[in-house]
Design a protein around this ligand. Sequence first.
Ligand SMILES: Nc1nc2c(ncn2[C@@H]2O[C@H](COP(=O)(O)OP(=O)(O)O)[C@@H](O)[C@H]2O)c(=O)[nH]1
Ligand SMILES: [Mg+2]
Length: 503
Amino acid sequence: MNDPMTSARELLAAARGLYASHPAALAEIDELDGRLDQPLRVALVGSVKAGKSTLLNGLLGERIAPTDSRECTRIVTWYHYGTTPRVHAHLGDGRVTSLPTRRQRERLELDLDGLSPEEVDRLDVTWPAPGIRGITLIDTPGVASISQDVSHQTHRFLLPEHGAAGADAVVYLLRSLHESDIQYMRALHERTRHGKAAIGAIAVLSRADELGAGRLTAMLSINKAVEELRNFPALEGVCETIVPVAGLMGMGAMTLRQADFAVFSAMASRDPEETRQLLVSGERFITAKDDSLPDERTRIDLVDRFGMYGIRLALASLRGGIEDAAALAAELLRRSGLEELRRVIDVHFTQRQSDLKAHSIVLALHQLLRRHPVPGAEDLLVLADSHMSAAHTFTEMQLVGRIASGRLKLPPELAVELERLVGGRGADVAVRLGMADTDADTEALLECAVDQLGRWRELLDNPFLDRETFLACRTAERSCETIIAGLMNELNLRRRLQTSPRE
Ligand SMILES: Nc1nc2c(ncn2[C@@H]2O[C@H](COP(=O)(O)OP(=O)(O)O)[C@@H](O)[C@H]2O)c(=O)[nH]1
Ligand SMILES: [Mg+2]
């Protein structure tokens, strides 16, 4: 079987032949071809104030995306890596115009320069943020329901009537089990899937710090909420996994300076009970008349940047023995879940980008072939279909989510092996086979893969497996077969190169 990029290119080449005398279709095919070489597009989607822009900043590592309800937040905005900061507005009438970039104290002020949000189709921000090397992050305006106007910009982008879907993968932000959010996720899922394959999707339980009313025991409430989401029937199959994230605190951690550390240290040395009372709410903390507290501006800044949970956690960490700004920043970052989200994005999206991109392209080609039925289009549709149903990677990633929910009846060590095998720790073959720490060569990897295949097949012979575990073992079997086929190809190619006569 060809790799997904090669087969997508082959399908596009075949389509080019079919539409030789159809310039509009050819232009569309060229655009699709170009997209295969561009970075993966990951969109952040969720209701208004779900924390999308804050999270995007956390992933960028800088405060660039405007948060709250400034006018720019109503426009789909793309962030990609480039050494020179630049902002372009793509207007509804097809024109592209450059906008001024203004940096204000560690943040970019996006300014429409007189344009109205209605005129702008999308903003394109190029920024030297290492966090987005090789990936395009897309901030979308909030969605309410699939039919409402507010969400129009986002629908048009994610589910255009013509052409490819705007994103190859989606991060849904949920604040808890809101019926409308879940309905939106399901509706999007229904529309973007074709056959059995969906575009990549993970969910984030956003603003997680607010769940336990910002108390230090919030973690318990967070775990419970994630568990609820994972087991919620309507979410089954809609997203591959769910990660809790406190984006605001993560962003605060990344911008934590020595001066912040000094303020936290001074507060941590106060009477703990008295401080706890002050921190019951942001309002009480900010308005307290107490000369031993930092001045009001500083307090407002702390609440804005870390949230109440972040402040409490910082004080608890300092009392627990954390001694410098770097260690405090690392602790807050770890507890924010942002690093775990980065890892999940890497494993689920970045490492699978060929599959995800190829999938978007083939879906778009599918639409094109249906819109312009020319002789030969039917045959190509059949080929495109087989390409999409062969996308084993989607089955694998959904299994990763199911393993995390603990629903499979497998011994723990086998569950770990399975998660690794289907790509939950990374797409690299040595990682999948659990051989990453060895310097195993291709032959040794092949031997290991054959061995694992045998073991999964043995499990499949067990007549008492429940259906879900049976399907999981089938997926493992297929993953082993795919790995073996890839390793055999590699060996054959090497042998052929070694035996081919020199010129
Ligand atoms: N406590 C807390 N507040 C957050 C978090 N993320 C965002 N917010 C706040 O929620 C509001 C909306 O955030 P924003 O990122 O603009 O949401 P968007 O509309 O989804 O882009 C802002 O006031 C943020 O400061 C978080 O993780 N924790
Ligand atoms: Mg926003």
